[in-house]
Write a protein that binds this ligand. Sequence first.
Ligand SMILES: [Zn+2]
Length: 117
Amino acid sequence: MSRQAEKPLNDGPIIHKEKIIASKMIRIYCKKKHHEKEICGECRSLDEYVMKRLSYCKFGEAKTACAKCPIHCYAPAYRQEIKHVMRFSGPWMLLYHPIESIRHIPIPEKLKKTLSR
Ligand SMILES: [Zn+2]
């Protein structure tokens, strides 16, 4: 069908890590906003969508943070939703998963080294 379909799916370490971070952020958001034990249906479909977008990301391992990407590959509704999630879960990520959030938040090199020790 489309040209995209011929390209193999991304599965390198950078994409993999982005998927883990996105999933964690969506789960934090759901837990604190929707108060369900398990991830709710709405957040689950957002999660699936994000995983798919990352698998098909045109830049693959060379990708930048999605927020800085010149190609907005998200459908507008999902894009709004993930923006909310990122804004909401960003500070929680610093608290829960400081190392993983480093890539997405501008932190001076020196501090990065201290944090990852
Ligand atoms: Zn939810």
